[in-house]
Design a protein around this ligand. Structure first.
Ligand code: CU
Length: 147
């Protein structure tokens, strides 16, 4: 009798683990002193397109997507994204959420004239932000036509 109770309890716990929303993606731990930032351009800088954007990372290493190595991740560049995507699942992938799953640390961007905001988020092997998440300060630049 006792045995069957614990069997059903274990079964029930298993179902809970499978069906609790959000438990599907586990987040990789990040050192608390790690940080991600834009090396260039600088906040408030006026630039011409194409713009070379260089990614900075401190206290962690860069590894391509899919590589399972502690304290590593790959860069994601958010372009003109006002509202951050959810941090407990893989980051979206589109024109405004660029993945650098090859382990790249810079990109050359074509941007139309005007004001643009850039921000970096580090993602783990599954493109999921770390815990705690590494999110850069936003960098706003003014793109002008070359003279
Ligand atoms: Cu990614």
């Amino acid at each position: 009798m006792e045995r069957s109770v614990s069997f059903f309890a274990a079964l029930f716990t298993g179902f809970l683990l499978l069906y609790v929303p959000g438990s599907a993606w586990s987040r990789s731990p990040a050192p608390s002193d790690a940080r991600v930032y834009l090396i260039s351009p600088a906040h408030g800088e006026t630039v011409t397109s194409p713009v070379k954007v260089r990614f900075g990372l401190q206290g962690m290493g860069v590894a391509p997507a899919g590589v399972d190595k502690p304290a590593t991740g790959h860069h994601h560049l958010l372009i003109n994204v006002d509202v951050l995507p959810p941090l407990d699942k893989p980051l979206p992938k589109d024109e405004r959420h660029r993945h650098f799953g090859g382990g790249q640390t810079e990109v050359i961007l074509e941007l139309p004239p005007g004001r643009h905001t850039l921000r970096l988020i580090l993602g783990d092997k599954n493109h999921v932000p770390h815990d705690p998440p590494l999110i850069s300060q936003p960098v706003t630049i003014e793109v002008v036509k070359p003279r």
